[in-house]
Design a protein. Sequence first.
Length: 132
Amino acid sequence: MGFEFSEMKIMKQNLIELNKMSHVIHLKVAKRVAQLAIRKVKEMTPVDTGDLRNNWKYHIVKKGDTYTILIYNQLNYASFVESGHRIVVGGVTLGWVEGKFMLKLTKDEMERIAPRMWKKEVEKEMKRIFGQ
């Protein structure tokens, strides 16, 4: 039982290509997760005028080998809808409005499904490079 040295050269070239493609793979998956998160958070956002729903944005930050997806809404009342707030009339607290937790629930769901999305994309790229 033996092996051809040329097979090792091909394996090395394939691993180098996979390493080069890793940035593309990670960015592609990060964008997909971010777009899915925006769609989910918009679905769960309550609508009055539509401003809150339409102001969800994302930004992907790469630091070293880590990609972080920032989902945000710049409207000043977004955090009150997310987390809840007091009802105050004339300086007196009359009650509490429960939060909708649309961002927290979306984040939890994305953390659950993102690893599968990433694994699927890596496997697809490996099949392309290694021809299996």
